[in-house]
Design a protein around this ligand. Sequence first.
Ligand code: PHE
Ligand code: ZN
Length: 898
Amino acid sequence: MRTDTPQAIYLKDYTPPAFQIETVDLDISIEAGFACVTASLACQRNPAAADPSASLVLNGEDLKLESVRLDGRPLGQGEYVLCADQLMIHAELPDSFTLTTVSTINPDGNTQLSGLYRSKDGYFTQCEAEGFRRITWFLDRPDVMAKYTVTIHADKAQFPVLLGNGNPVGAGDEEGGRHWAKWEDPFRKPSYLFAMVAAKLDMLEDWFVTKSGRKVRCAVYVEPGKLDQCGHAMAALKKSMKWDEDVFGLEMDLDHYMIVAVGDFNMGAMENKGLNIFNTKYVLARPDTATDIDFQNIDRVVAHEYFHNWTGNRVTCRDWFQLSLKEGLTVFRDQQFGMDMHSAGVTRIQEVRTLRTAQFPEDAGPMAHPIRPASYAEINNFYSATVYEKGAEVIRMIHTLIGKDAFRKGMDLYFARHDGQAVTCEDFVAAMQDASGLDLTQFKRWYNQAGTPKLLVRGAYDAATKRFTLDVEQQYPATAYEKRLEAEGRAVARGAYHLPLVIGLLGADGRELPLRLAGESAAADTQRVLSITEDRQQFVFEDLAEAPVPSLLRGFSAPVVLDYPYSQADLTHLMARDSDAFCRWEAGQRLATDILMAGVAAFQAGSGDTLAWVPAGYVDAMRALLGSAFAPGGDPALVAEALMLPSEVVLIEATEGTVDPDAIHAARLALRRHLANELKGPFAAAYHELKIDAPYSPEATQAGARALRNACLSYIAEVDDAESLALLQNQFDSANNMTDSMAALSALAQFASPARDAALERFLAKWKDEALVVDKWLQVQSTSRAPDTGARVRALLDHPAFDIRNPNKVYALIRAFCAANPKHFHAADGSGYALAADAILQLDALNPQVAARIARSFDRWRKFDTQRQSLARMALVRVQGHDKLSRDVAEIVGKALE
Ligand code: PHE
Ligand code: ZN
């Protein structure tokens, strides 16, 4: 039985590997029921190793060792030792030698989906972070970079497509209806970027000519019959290739770039060199099967994996503590790409929403960690919102502080210095510092300190001197992370962050006022980047004839919580007039949050239903907002975002003190219904006005109009009368694309009604063979507020459409329920917690990575009342007490219970 958090490993303990591996020659034969792997490793003693006589210790997991040879000589017992997950070579080793191992593995029984595994009718690999050791014995760490060749053998009829990294260098037939193919990757790479595929797949092919004239073959491989769903991914790939050349001067370096889609995959996609493996969710799309958001996500994920070719593959991580070196930077790059391809404002707003829904709670809970953690038990638990999303914000701050041109120079310098190397976050920051001349010493605290800093800003206007004074204070209390370090007796240095605060000042007429700081001779601009470095700082703006409304943290210039005592009038003003799209949206969110918090208090006091907590002008502000979409220069996509009230998850995070999920739910729903009733006419008019007659396209303008139209639909649905039901039903029946179909289905699914049941049944009947659409069917039910949701989710676990071995299904039904349905997950009787605990235990035996992700649902359990806390604790203790718990889940529940 396991009772505590598993053993941690520490960044400070990093030492260079004792050996380097120059070349890897793999032979992988897929047989019925097993696979045989022969690996020849050309090894060399590493002159940089701490111990010049260290023995060779290879990692391996779930491998059956058949034989070991050293320079061709079979090693006998006594010359090597096999112990838990390690193969130690004790034989005397020359400075360079070839070690050959033969092992058998069981890909058909590999339910973890790490290493080589079977999915439907094919074999696929996933090696990041430590999956290569599940294929063969190896120094499975990213600072060991080798050149790989692989020969794959398999049955030709069953597995006609055999793929590897790099270039195809040979192929042929073998006895017994089998065939082989050999691939050679000309670039050195760490083992986590190895990939191979043996499957029956259809292929879409296209060509991209790079700026230097290299003709790259682009191929997208999918399950047979799905070729009509790959066009968007292919287009996204070509756009990404062009964008990286235009913006960063980075060119594709191989002759083949392949994307393979697989239905069973733990994550979104994987950037293996020249052979990306993707979750089908981020490849397959057709207007009738995928929503506008799905199309956008495909653009982003395809771009993300492509951009990794430089930021991740050509320059990789020295160790897994440096994960944000590649992930934060690559997310930043895919965000910039998204802003260039779609609406910049809307893209940024969506990112901030993700950050607040996923990363802020993480940073405030038991799993808090800096973007570069100092320790971890299981690296798979650190593919986190912090490493990815906050990591990208940190890169964005560098970009804002030094400017676009210096950032580009910094990137150039980074590649000039480190191409082909495995490096650290310091190396990246050093390149940015050297290219820009800006001292980033203090800035590096973002890599070592956890938690979301709070920025307290206060403004004061003095009419006599025409001065506006901004006082800025930062607060960064210790998180669970620092408390743990302290308990371990390890030093915790904390200090003020260096961050960019981008601001403007608005006059009463909405004009942007010129900004002249005290001591300057002339106003520089109407927007400025204030460099915040101290605990407390003051900025004095001169020559202001009127009291301005400050527009703060434009574009969300730093990942902080901003505290400024805006009046409701200020917020309405910013919402209508700010030139910065993010700040306009933010003002609306802030206004709604203030109102909803008053509503929560009213519901707790029993007076919520009176709606006395909704201020007089709010409905008019929302009416004006909706109207602005139709004014010249209006942006429907942005208005759609602004019409959406902050989610229950965001409101839970915004709550100081004990969270009451029922009151939060009640207040938010009451405000939605109030708006729906008061603005019934405008919502209906907008809905009809926005009807799209053109053929479906996922591009931004059309998608934006659809987003606003469906936002109106979701309000109309709240009126809950025959007329609105008819409208929903009509959209559901006549939709010619998945966006509209899902919008209607999701509105219908909020009510336990015969109309809901009929719609769900018809939807499943139509789409039962389209796995990704079945996922939507599951998720629309698991995220419903309808009173019977908990029971329905339980029942769906046994439905033939659900499969606990498929991560997408688990995420759609279980994770969405736990993470995006607080009302039901935090049900007062503990039924949501029990459901999660049952699922975690069942999953842990199959797929610990996925189980650990579900276990993260308990992160915020201490924010709730004592009754809920004791039920959550029971669930966590039940999980923790299970024997044979994986390291993955043990780390999560151990930290949650600390
Ligand atoms: N490295 C992948 C990405 O961010 C994510 C991933 C991690 C995929 C681990 C699989 C396993 O693009
Ligand atoms: Zn990535």
